[in-house]
Design a protein around this ligand. Structure first.
Ligand code: 13P
Length: 253
C-alpha cells in the first residue's frame, strides 16, 4: 500500500470552541490513550487562548499541541495576530494554515497561506496546509484542478515530510455530515501524492496527507484505510474525548 510506512497523524481542530472547562476533554483523551505507544501521532489544536494550558496539561503524554493559524511575520504592529514563534512559546509543535474557513472568512489566498507555512517552518513548527474544493467546483469537475493549484501556490519550496502535512478537506464535507466516497478520496489523495512527488521527490512521497471533513468514529476505519490517507483532521468529533478516541482507535489492530 502506498504510504504504508508513513506514521499517521490524527489531529483535532477545535476551531473557535472551548473555554477552560474544555481542557477536561483533552485530559480524557490522555487518560483514554493509556501509556502504550499508539499507532498514530495524536494532536489537538485548541483556540489560541487555551494553547498554553493545553500544552502543560498534556506534557509527557506524547499528545501534540497545535495552533489554528499564524501570521507570516515574527512580530510587529499586527493587532490581534499571533506569530508562529508565539505558538512555539506556548508549546505548539504545529500550526494549521489555509483552512477553508480562513480562506473564505478572511480572504486568505494561496500566497498568504504559503507565507504562513514558511513562517511556521522558520519557527520550527510543522505546517498543516489545508486544501479542498467547494461544492460548485466539485460539480464542475474541477476537484483535482483546484486542489493541485492550491497545493502549488500554498506549499513553500522548503517543504519536507518532517515540516509539512497536507490536509485535504472538501469544503462541502466540513461540518455537514457528508463525505466523499472512498473511491473519490482515493482518487484525490492519489493526485495529491503525485503532485507532492513531482515537486518534492522523495520528501513528497513521505509527506502525510490527511483527510478532513465529517470524520467520526463510525466512518473513520473506512476513510483511514484508503491508500495515501495518512490520518485525519477532525473538527466537531474532536470536541468530545470519546468520539476523538473512537477515531484514533481506527489505527489499533
Ligand atoms: P468537521 O470534522 O466538523 O467536519 O470539520 C473538519 C474540519 O474542518 C477540520 O479542520
Amino acid at each position: 500500500m502506498a504510504g504504508a510506512r508513513i506514521k499517521p497523524l490524527v489531529a483535532g481542530n477545535w476551531k473557535m470552541n472551548g473555554l477552560a472547562a474544555q481542557l477536561a476533554e483533552a485530559e480524557a483523551v490522555r487518560a483514554g490513550m493509556g501509556s502504550g505507544s499508539p499507532a498514530a501521532d495524536v494532536m489537538i489544536c485548541p483556540p489560541a487562548t487555551l494553547l498554553g494550558r493545553l500544552s502543560s496539561a498534556l506534557e509527557g503524554s506524547g499528545i501534540l499541541a497545535g495552533g489554528q493559524d499564524c501570521h507570516s511575520e515574527k512580530s510587529g504592529a499586527f493587532t490581534g495576530d499571533i506569530a508562529a514563534e508565539m505558538l512555539v512559546d506556548c508549546g505548539a509543535a504545529a500550526v494549521i494554515v489555509g483552512h477553508s474557513e480562513r480562506r473564505a472568512g478572511h480572504g486568505e489566498l494561496d500566497r498568504d497561506v504559503r507565507a504562513k507555512a514558511s513562517a511556521a517552518h522558520r519557527a520550527g513548527l510543522t505546517a498543516i496546509v489545508c486544501v479542498g474544493e467547494t461544492a460548485g467546483e466539485r460539480a464542475a469537475g474541477l476537484t483535482e484542478t483546484v486542489v493541485c493549484r492550491q497545493l502549488e501556490g500554498s506549499l513553500p519550496d522548503g517543504a519536507t515530510a518532517a515540516n509539512t502535512v497536507v490536509a485535504y478537506e472538501p469544503v462541502w464535507a466540513i461540518g455537514t455530515g457528508l463525505t466523499p466516497t472512498a473511491e473519490d478520496v482515493a482518487r484525490v489523495h492519489r493526485s495529491i501524492r503525485g503532485a507532492l512527488e513531482g515537486r518534492f521527490g522523495a520528501e513528497g512521497a513521505q509527506m502525510r496527507i490527511l483527510y478532513g471533513g465529517s470524520v467520526k468514529p463510525s466512518n473513520a476505519r473506512e476513510l483511514l484505510s484508503i491508500d495515501n490517507v495518512n490520518g485525519a483532521l477532525v473538527g466537531g468529533a474532536s470536541l468530545k474525548a470519546a468520539d476523538f478516541l473512537g477515531i484514533i482507535s481506527a489505527y489499533e489492530a
